[in-house]
Ligand binder design. Sequence first.
Ligand code: NAI
Ligand code: AKG
Length: 426
Amino acid sequence: MVADKADVNANDQNDKLDVLKSTQKVVKKALDKLGYPNEVYDLLKEPVRMMTVRIPVRMDDDSIKIFTGFRAQHNDAVGPTKGGVRFHPNVSEKEVKALSIWMSLKAGIVDLPYGGGKGGIVCDPRDMSFRELEGVSRGYVRAISQIVGPTKDIPAPDVFTNSQIMAWMMDEYSRIDEFNNPGFITGKPLVLGGSHGRESATAKGVTICIEEAAKKKGIQIEGARVVVQGFGNAGSFLAKFMHDKGANVVGISDAHGGLHDPDGLDIDYLLDRRDSFGTVTNLFKNTITNQELLELDCDILVPAAIENQITEENAGKIKADIVVEAANGPTTLEATKILSDRGILLVPDVLASAGGVTVSYFEWVQNNQGYYWTEEEVEEKLHKVIVKGFDNVFRTAENRRVDMRLAAYMVGVRKMAEASRFRGWI
Ligand SMILES: NC(=O)C1=CN([C@@H]2O[C@H](COP(=O)(O)OP(=O)(O)OC[C@H]3O[C@@H](n4cnc5c(N)ncnc54)[C@H](O)[C@@H]3O)[C@@H](O)[C@H]2O)C=CC1
Ligand SMILES: O=C(O)CCC(=O)C(=O)O
């Protein structure tokens, strides 16, 4: 039977948006460039462990709803796996697997003693009460408790999860373990052993990457025009940091749309009005679409929301000189090539968003030693780690004549490949 041309095109399009397939492609390229044999790719192309769980929760109307959750542990040769938990209606097994591989790469780039893990629950927290969210959070921990723990796999926040959810999860794990165990999870409230600086760490890391990229491009942050897609944990703190450094934040957005003002938006006002899910544009009339936002005239563009936002359809229309990926997976491989060929400096997700896991690591270290650092100490350590990661990736891109994403994968994959080899796995 001959496949219909329309079907072939649709499959081709689906493949391009398949974050797991795209990630595997670049992991393979990176390993080939580094001269590793195929067995290494065979090990690293999928998580070593993937758990699917069903979580029954009694809802406020007294019905029982069964939620589906996942936890992927990509590679634990270097150390315990680590990575956030996402609550979102579009969570899928493939997405969680890809996210766990990205976590391994982040840990490699910023040289943390971890492999990558990631979790997700298919749900929409925007439509759930506090009590229902607590039920899902505690149920998830009970369901995955056998494979997680402070020396096995350490969860953290991600899209639509926050320090309150981390607190419930930590409490549930501590009950199962029968002792207070703050090192089970990071991103906790300060009073439960959280670290100073974790809440804003992802945006701090992105800010440091923007500063380093701007130096390479000869752009002054003061007066630079910045556009940020997403106004949640990563995007809103970033907009604030850029605004405080004298940049002109000319566009921001959330899931409902975007706001644009060529003279600069009032970021403090928007921060004050946004809700806990990073929504603010619903309060305004003259909004633009997220696609229009990405194509705005600006110097620095920061996708800080979801995957597959910059594709081959719009990459040619991006006007920024620098694109820094605060979100995981916002740019497809085809778009990466278009941006790189156009001379746009792309700082890839696995480097740009590594500030969050870095401060999560600091939180875990502080929990393990029972001695807590000041905000200044955290910031200073984070700055050193991210600058070093940026330099390594930038130098690799230049020396090996590859784009920044491939360079980041080459830097990120090496440690887990070596650790897996020393352990005699491959
Ligand atoms: N929170 C963290 O520590 C880290 C987050 N990231 C990544 O940063 C990105 C954002 O995460 P957070 O800020 O934590 O999430 P969040 O839940 O705090 O905020 C998400 C933001 O994205 C917006 N959004 C959701 N769907 C959208 C859509 N279809 N179009 C446009 N905007 C949409 C929401 O309205 C909200 O403003 C994600 O890709 C996440 O994986 C990466 C590293 C660490
Ligand atoms: O803080 C962490 O451990 C993980 C953060 C995370 O999920 C991410 O970087 O995507």
